[in-house]
Design a protein around this ligand. Structure first.
Ligand code: C2E
Ligand code: CA
Ligand code: CA
Length: 284
């Protein structure tokens, strides 16, 4: 029994008990999955809106569950974060992503003055509590033999809410090392502008909810327009997420957005799919 706000007691509903048990179960399942190598990384292409050229791919973790099949992050990421297993998953995603981008780069002709084809990796706030995060990233880049600017780290503004000084120092260090930083889901939190001002960000990822506003009706997308202008004024690259239609892609390009990502271009695929895409693009 549990005291409620009014000092009375009420019993847990059976469903609450189930939720607790299955959370515990999920944690041990996640530990086992890490040991057994059940996590995989898929990649979604990011394209230049003007030319359609793929310039990067975002790493997105998947759990190939022995009974339940392919599981998406929404079913396990928050428990992985709460239980600390995210650190192990994060390490794995980093290693795989760096190794894969090194392989893809063999199929891409690098344009002079442009950064190399890159891989973007999501970092969870919990990973910043690890004292060896910078060493992990350094090692992954070294082991893959890639240029540090082949790696884009995607962070969210919620990181600034937890020990912002440490996070800031870590990000400055990584940025100095040559790694690029992207602000994920830009515009959806409470501190977007403050964190943009403080952190050494290179890329703004305009959240899907704003891309959804683009319907062809000019008045409906003032936020997207303002975010692109802000990016421009700060000398940052703007990237729109969740682009699902050709009309959105056209409108974003017209508004001056540089990069796009979404089902309109491609869904996340295993590494071999990116390799194929790059080979085909090179043959065009
Ligand atoms: P995110 O970083 O915002 O990633 C974009 C999500 O939107 C991906 O979902 C992607 O598959 C989906 N998406 C892409 N284009 C479209 C589109 O046109 N329409 C729609 N409706 N969706 C689209 P996914 O792979 O399920 O990942 C969900 C979230 O899980 C990610 O959101 C990210 O926050 C988290 N996540 C994924 N992989 C990792 C990881 O390796 N580490 C950490 N810490 N988090 C991860
Ligand atoms: Ca992301
Ligand atoms: Ca995002």
């Amino acid at each position: 029994a549990k005291a409620d706000g009014k000092g009375r007691y009420r019993w847990f509903r059976p469903s609450m008990r189930t939720a607790v048990v299955s959370r515990h179960q999920l944690k041990s399942d996640l530990e086992r999955a890490a040991e057994r190598g059940e996590f995989q990384v898929h990649y979604q292409p990011i394209v230049d809106l003007r030319t359609g050229r793929p310039v990067a791919a975002e790493a997105l973790v998947r759990w190939v569950h022995p009974e339940r099949g392919l599981l998406f992050p929404e079913t396990f990421i928050s428990e992985a974060e709460n239980s600390g297993i995210i650190n192990e998953i994060g390490r794995l995603v980093l290693r795989h992503a760096c190794a894969h981008v090194g392989g893809w780069q063999q199929h891409v002709e690098r344009k002079p003055g442009e950064p190399p084809f890159a891989v973007a990796v999501n970092l969870s706030p919990a990973q910043f509590a690890q004292p060896d995060l910078v060493a992990q990233i350094d090692e992954a880049v070294e082991a893959a033999g890639i240029d540090p600017n082949s790696l884009i780290l995607e962070i969210t503004e919620t990181m600034m809410l937890q020990g912002s000084d440490r996070v800031l120092r870590t990000l400055d260090l990584l940025s100095g090392f040559g790694v690029r930083l992207a602000m994920d889901d830009f515009g959806t939190g409470y501190a977007s502008l403050a964190s943009l001002r403080k952190l050494p960000i290179d890329i703004i990822k305009i959240a899907k909810t704003f891309t959804d506003d683009i319907t062809g009706n000019e008045e409906k997308s003032p936020f997207v327009r303002a975010m692109i202008e802000l990016g421009e004024a700060l000398g940052l690259v703007t990237l729109a997420e969740g682009v699902e239609t050709a009309q959105q892609a056209r409108e974003l390009e017209r508004l001056g957005c540089r990069l796009g990502q979404g089902y309109h271009f491609a869904r996340p695929v295993p590494s071999a799919g990116i390799e194929l895409l790059l080979q085909r693009y090179a043959e065009q």
